[in-house]
Design a protein around this ligand. Structure first.
Ligand SMILES: Nc1ncnc2c1ncn2[C@@H]1O[C@H](COP(=O)(O)OP(=O)(O)OP(=O)(O)O)[C@@H](O)[C@H]1O
Ligand code: SF4
Ligand SMILES: [Mg+2]
Length: 321
């Protein structure tokens, strides 16, 4: 498998500003040493509870924000300190689909103009090429050409998300971050959009980071799954292996919370305590304050991601070799 993206030791923290004086009074540590590879043509699902750093990671990859340290290699080039010219080219190759299709489309623009905008940004002027591409993409996302003269408010949530997806893929990106792309939609519509993303992935050879806190959606769409806790990847594996053979105590708790139709008696693991403050992270293993297997060393030393089988990695001393 060819790597498209390789993330090395990525860290990101946000300053907390004292309202009165404007001084920095601390930091929210959102990403704490993320190491991750994303292979060409795969959908990598990213799960973890609210605040674990999923969007921060996605936003760093598409360069909406700049991480504090670490590397993001895209086709082996570090994209953190790019020249303006390289950045423009990169922005054409990576796109973000947001959660809320109500907010991501400009209400004053017709759909035609919304879809034309990426061409203007990238100084593509040939009207014939643009119009052909817009027609093709509209059909690919399952809408008719009549939508082009209408405004976003005339569409349902699902249709708007289709249009937002069309805008994201219209310049043939190689990589898309889909950040909770179905969470704002009615459950009845979610499957249609997930299926559309799968179709587009196959049609356009897309690679995708699919962020969600909904494990059933992640299970359906992903090829591999990464589990995040307090700004670190704690487990990563091919999907089938992860659901069959999950190892990290946090993943165990996360997966046991999913109702199982075929196993009504499965024990639900309730996590002890709250998510620790991200301004003052626990020393050692970041999960130790809630882990039922905690050992003395977990409180002081941070575990690495240990390889357990094939591509399956777990950040926990229980699997140290
Ligand atoms: N612009 C910001 N300024 C300060 N703190 C921020 C900012 N953006 C995110 N954070 C904090 O960083 C941490 C990680 O946030 P992030 O949005 O990446 O999490 P998430 O996993 O996407 O959560 P959710 O599932 O709720 O979308 C959280 O504690 C969040 O409050
Ligand atoms: S390293 Fe220790 S505290 Fe952390 S998950 Fe493993 S057993 Fe639990
Ligand atoms: Mg988020």
């Amino acid at each position: 498998m060819q790597k498209l993206i390789e993330i090395k030791n990525l860290k990101m923290y946000y300053p907390i500003i004292d309202g009165l004086m404007g001084n920095i009074k601390g930091y929210v540590y959102a990403l704490n040493n993320v190491n991750l590879e994303i292979y060409e043509n795969e959908i990598l699902g990213l799960v973890g509870e609210s605040g674990s750093g999923k969007s921060t990671l996605g936003n760093c990859i598409v360069k909406l924000i700049t991480p504090k340290s670490g590397e993001i290699l895209f086709e082996n080039e570090n994209i953190i300190n790019q020249t303006k010219k390289d950045l423009k080219l990169y922005r054409k190759q990576v796109q973000l689909i947001f959660q809320n299709p109500y907010m991501s489309l400009n209400p004053r623009m017709k759909i035609y103009d919304i879809l034309k905008e990426p061409f203007i940004v990238h100084k593509i002027k040939e009207k014939k090429i643009i119009n052909e591409k817009i027609k093709k993409i509209i059909s690919l996302i399952g809408l008719g050409e009549d939508v082009l003269e209408r405004y976003p408010h005339e569409f349902s949530g699902g249709q708007r998300q289709r249009i937002a997806i069309a805008r994201a893929i219209i310049l043939n990106p190689k990589f898309v971050v889909a950040d909770e792309p179905v969470s704002a939609l009615d459950v009845s519509i979610q499957a249609q959009i997930v299926n559309l993303l799968l179709d587009l992935k196959h049609h356009l050879n897309l690679t995708m980071l699919f962020i969600s806190h909904d494990l059933s959606v992640i299970k359906f769409i992903s090829d591999r799954i990464a589990v995040m806790y307090l700004g670190e990847i704690v487990e990563i594996s091919e999907k089938g292996e992860l659901f069959k053979n999950y190892k990290h105590p946090y993943t165990q708790a996360l997966l046991s919370a999913v109702p199982k139709i075929d196993n009504k008696n499965s024990e639900k693991i309730i996590l002890k305590g709250d998510l620790p403050s991200q301004q003052d992270l626990p020393k050692g293993c970041k999960f130790h304050t809630r882990c039922k297997y905690v050992m003395e060393k977990c409180k002081n030393i941070s575990p690495e991601l240990y390889n357990i089988a094939g591509d399956h990695k777990v950040r926990c001393f229980l699997y140290e070799k």
